[in-house]
Design a protein around this ligand. Structure first.
Ligand code: XUL
Ligand code: CO
Length: 443
């Protein structure tokens, strides 16, 4: 298997934090046990097919710049086959346990609905064989309902039911592919499920249409034996001016309103959370506290640019928060850590793809080690327990149990007098946080 990446030999090995080898892991040691499970069990990394193998380096100011050896065949189906071979060669050499795809990343669209389904089925057969040969598994699948011109005004939320039907056809076959390849999740990211102006848009109607698609897809999934979960991936804007799935809290409200609570969890993406004006940790926490954190897209944004830059996750701070929240909720039974990240336009070489993924895997492995240590020490839990101790007994506990009226609370205020001011200790906690990250030599 040295057809597309001859410069890297199989597989990338763990060499530890002292290693200078750029093609070795410094922290990610698949077999190492942390918090009772191996790193491989905690860190279900997934390579995103669209960025890593179909990315061209194009941006709004210029077209593609990469020259990928798997994209030379003139026939689009042959090119798709070569790309699939390249993908599994890369993932096997990297030691990535999972992958994720959109239908149109892996197979080109055909001349008709039936033709597209036939092409996709052929590529899925090839992928299944490659999964078997390499041991790389599918984390989740999805349908691209945003690139084709017909989806300009949305897919499920389109004013034209004929476009809705086209979207359904794609979702059906993408679900078939996900089941065939053993995926444990299926993602709905609403690329153009939003609007540009209220002058031509009925938001309530459009959101009801999207809910119908979810119900129809879940019903179909159950009939074909899909054992995983649906994930909605929130994002506030881009490409739509206003996207309906703004952030975790908005999607949770949508799920409750439209009867989708029981079968849809959330896939939280770092760069989408920051576009919504939150931190990654905020949206992860909102989803997790609702019991709805299903999976993560772990890229990062860029504070200077302010759009969806989808950079590789080298920020250990974000990784610590993510792994802390995941450990607190006991893992991600159906989801994992999808990169959804692309190398920069100027990172032309295939070896840059290795550097990018190795760095991301190491950042999250470090995040796991540090979060585990914080949790063992009770760093956050102890502070929270102390801070909210007043609500555990006496007046606080009575209020929460619903046994106190507004007048009784007033009587308590009069009795107890002016409360003592209690510091939130924010700077102290930030210093401690940095000690865990930088000073304690955690290996
Ligand atoms: C786009 C994005 C998508 C989804 C899957 O911003 O994040 O790639 O992850 O459709
Ligand atoms: Co994403």
């Amino acid at each position: 298997m040295d057809r597309f990446f001859p410069e890297v030999s199989l597989p990338i090995a763990f060499e530890g934090p002292g290693s200078d080898n750029p093609l070795a892991f410094k922290w990610y040691d698949a077999k190492r046990v942390v918090a009772g499970r191996t790193m491989a069990e905690h860190l279900k990394f997934a390579v995103s097919y669209w960025h890593t193998f179909q990315g061209t380096g194009a941006d709004p100011f210029g077209g593609g710049v990469y020259q990928r050896p798997w994209k030379t065949a003139a026939d689009p189906v042959q090119q798709a086959r070569d790309t699939m071979d390249a993908a599994f060669e890369f993932m096997a050499k990297l030691g990535a346990p999972y992958w994720c795809f959109h239908d149109r990343d892996i197979a080109p669209e055909g001349a008709s609905v039936a033709d597209s389904a036939r092409i996709l089925d052929g590529i899925v057969k090839q992928a299944k064989q490659l999964q078997k040969a390499t041991g790389v598994k599918l984390l989740w699948g999805t349908a691209n309902l945003f690139s084709h011109a017909r989806y300009c005004h949305g897919a499920a939320t389109n004013p034209d039911p004929a476009v809705f039907a086209q979207g359904c056809a794609q979702v059906r076959h993408a679900l078939d592919a996900t089941v065939e390849l053993g995926g444990t999740g299926y993602v709905f990211w609403g690329g153009r499920e939003g609007y540009s102006t209220l002058l031509n848009t009925d938001m309530k109607r459009e959101q009801a249409q999207f809910a119908r698609l979810l119900h129809m897809a879940w019903d179909y999934g159950q009939r074909i034996g899909f054992k995983g979960r649906f994930f909605i991936e929130p994002k506030p804007k881009e490409p739509s001016t206003h996207q309906y799935d703004v952030d975790a809290a908005t999607v949770l409200g949508f799920l409750r309103e439209h009867g989708c609570w029981d079968f849809v969890d959330l896939n939280i993406e770092n760069n989408h959370a920051t576009l919504a004006g939150h931190t990654f940790a905020h949206d992860l926490m909102v989803a997790s506290q609702a019991g709805k954190l299903g999976s993560l897209d772990i890229n990062r944004g860029n504070p200077q640019l302010g759009w969806d830059t989808d950079q590789f996750p080298t920020n250990v701070d974000d990784a610590v928060w993510a792994m802390h929240i995941i450990l607190d909720q006991g893992g991600l039974p159906h989801g994992g850590l999808n990169f959804d990240a692309k190398v920069r336009r100027g990172s032309y070489d295939a070896v840059d793809l290795f550097h990018a993924h190795i760095g991301g895997m190491d950042a999250f492995a470090r995040g796991l080690i540090i979060a585990d240590k914080m949790r063992q020490d009770g760093f956050r839990a102890k502070h929270l327990a102390e801070r909210y101790a007043g609500w555990k007994q006496g007046f606080g506990a009575e209020v929460l149990a619903g046994r106190v009226t507004l007048e009784q609370a007033e009587a308590e205020a009069a009795r107890a007098g002016e409360p003592r001011r209690i510091s939130g200790r924010e700077e102290f906690l930030e210093n401690r946080w940095n000690q865990y990250l930088y000073d304690r030599g955690l290996h």
